[in-house]
Ligand binder design. Structure first.
Ligand SMILES: [Zn+2]
Length: 148
């Protein structure tokens, strides 16, 4: 599948300096340093617009807006990724907890964590940072109408 909005592999930074140039300071801290934005501070925690959430690092499509739910946590939360192989899961034992870290499978950017207390059907809660995501909003309904 070709995806024009993905940054070509060859253009992805390979050094911290390269990432710093590409990302703003908060995005860099979260995506490349495993940081966490403050709850209710990000740009997407309350967003309900239709579209595809892409990786801030490489543009890979990660989550669909129709799997986003209001978790009440102050972070954008999804019950499943667009496809399982878009993300990779890593055991994270930092801060005295055992959690499962979620990273972009394509560029290794930190996205957030996944927990087992999500809604049906998956029972999962992908608790993401707005700073790691870029919402690619759907065009205002044109596409859906064309198909009818
Ligand atoms: Zn990525």
């Amino acid at each position: 599948m070709t995806d024009a909005k993905e940054v070509p592999e060859a253009d992805l930074p390979t050094t911290d300096e390269g990432w710093r140039e590409r990302l703003d300071p908060l995005q860099f801290e979260v995506a490349r340093r495993g940081g966490t934005e403050r709850a209710f501070s990000g740009i997407y925690w309350d967003t309900k617009d239709a579209g595809t959430y892409r990786c801030i690092g490489c543009g890979a499509a990660l989550f669909a807006s129709d799997t986003k739910f209001d978790s009440g946590t102050g972070w954008p939360s999804f019950w499943e990724p667009l496809e399982d192989d878009r993300v990779k899961l890593i055991s994270d034992r930092s801060h005295g907890m055992v959690r499962t870290e979620v990273r972009c499978a394509r560029c290794d950017s930190h996205l957030g964590h996944v927990f087992n207390d999500g809604p049906r059907p998956s029972g999962l809660r992908y608790c993401m940072n707005s700073a790691s995501l870029d919402l690619d909003r759907d065009e205002a309904g044109d596409e859906a109408q064309d198909r009818t």
